[in-house]
Ligand binder design. Structure first.
Ligand SMILES: C[S@@+](CC[C@H](N)C(=O)[O-])C[C@H]1O[C@@H](n2cnc3c(N)ncnc32)[C@H](O)[C@@H]1O
Length: 374
């Protein structure tokens, strides 16, 4: 293995950096996989980027915006769709469980449950909202936040504990936050980019790709340029196996930014989709400020489809956020007709525009809809 490029981390060290150094020094290969590095940088219990949900990392005062941080409208529209699906495609006479994973500080859960509680078509006593959260600290935080929620909010550890007869599963920007491998095409062969030490700094090194990694990469590489870099997320597959078993009858909505394989592995996308965010600045350097920087990659929706159908779900619809939310907003838009717009309605309309405008969040975000038993 040879060090290929280096990242200057001087002045950009954090408590987590020492932990990464120790991990690399004690590893027999003298390097760690990039996915292990991302796992530490994002999810180390004490120093990981997502260690504390109370810290403001999403929104104006944080590092990046999500549809949730735009305002209450995203949750309101999802609640409109949940209510409509419950009455039209699910069994309205039976209880409904809404399951969310990647809830972070619970803002989307708060927006959805408030909107469901205010919806006269929804019988509150028949709905439960369940959040899947594997980390104890975040679970405690969420349990506390929803102690007095009008619609009961339960916080559980795993998909197994969230199972229900019928329900809707949703996640917003969960998959882009999974750890992932970084791969490089070198003299016609796929290699894995790993993290090593070089002159006291973190640096890239490479090792031959494993068979299971190659299975997620384009077989034909003739169109791709030398040193083409891309990402794969093997963690997607076991995750889908878990959440696909949630309901006997239900819908799954996965909302995130990403592409299908043809686009994901397009020859022009030669440095992949890795992005790092800190204080609303985007870089491609994951080695600066580890633990204080968000590290993310786009979702490969073809892999998601393979994982879903392989676990018995039907791949029903793949669209962008614009189309998904416009459909959800029909009744609300009609209700505005002929009514003078008050401050709240004007604010909601502005949020709606940010969420659906193709030049803002409408086209960048995609929605994959899967079903079982419908
Ligand atoms: C990019 S943030 C999105 C937060 C929120 N959904 C939003 O849209 O504003 C990703 C979130 O997913 C959480 N996450 C990552 N892996 C998870 C897992 N296996 N289970 C539950 N949450 C997870 C992270 O802790 C983080 O809070």
């Amino acid at each position: 293995m040879a060090a290929e490029t280096r990242s200057d981390v001087s002045g950009k060290d954090t408590p987590l950096l020492e932990i990464v150094f120790q991990e690399i020094e004690k590893s027999p290969e003298g390097s760690m996989s990039f996915s292990d590095y991302v796992e530490l940088a994002l999810y180390h219990e004490k120093y990981g980027y997502y260690a504390s949900p109370a810290e403001r990392i999403v929104g104006k005062k944080g590092d990046f915006f999500t549809s949730v941080s735009v305002g209450e409208m995203f949750g309101f529209l999802l609640a409109e769709r949940i209510a409509a699906e419950w009455s039209d495609r699910l069994d309205p006479g039976r209880p409904l469980v809404v399951v969310e994973q990647g809830a972070h500080d619970g803002q989307l859960a708060a927006d959805i449950t408030s909107a469901l509680a205010a919806n006269s078509d929804v019988e509150n006593t028949n709905v439960v909202y369940r959040i899947i959260e594997p980390r104890r600290g975040t679970r405690e935080f969420l349990k506390n936040r929803f102690r007095e929620s009008e619609i009961p909010v339960e916080v559980v550890r795993s998909p197994d504990e969230a199972k229900a007869e019928q329900g809707v599963f949703l996640c917003n920007e969960l998959l882009d936050a999974f750890s992932f491998d970084r791969m490089i095409l070198s003299t016609g062969e796929w290699k894995e980019l790993r993290v090593t030490l070089h002159d006291g700094n973190l640096a890239w090194t490479s090792a031959p790709a494993r068979e299971e990694q190659k299975n997620l990469l384009p077989r034909s590489t003739t169109e791709l340029p030398e040193n083409y870099v891309t990402e794969i997320c093997p963690a997607l597959f076991p995750w889908m196996t878990g959440v696909s078993q949630l309901f006997e009858k239900g819908l799954w909505w996965i909302i995130d930014y990403g592409y299908e394989s043809d686009d994901y592995f397009a020859p022009g996308r030669k440095s992949g989709t890795l992005r790092c965010y800190r204080k609303h600045e985007a870089t491609e350097d994951p080695f600066s400020f580890p633990g204080e920087t968000d590290i993310t990659a786009h979702v490969n929706f073809t892999h998601l489809q393979q994982a879903a159908t392989g676990n018995g779900l039907e791949w029903r619809n793949f669209t962008d956020q614009h189309h998904f939310l416009i459909h959800a907003a029909k009744a609300w838009l009609l209700s505005l007709e002929g009514r003078p717009a008050d401050d709240r309605a004007a604010k909601r309309l502005r949020q709606f525009q940010t969420l659906t405008h193709p030049g803002l969040m409408g086209q960048q975000f995609k929605v994959a809809e899967m079903t079982r038993g419908l």
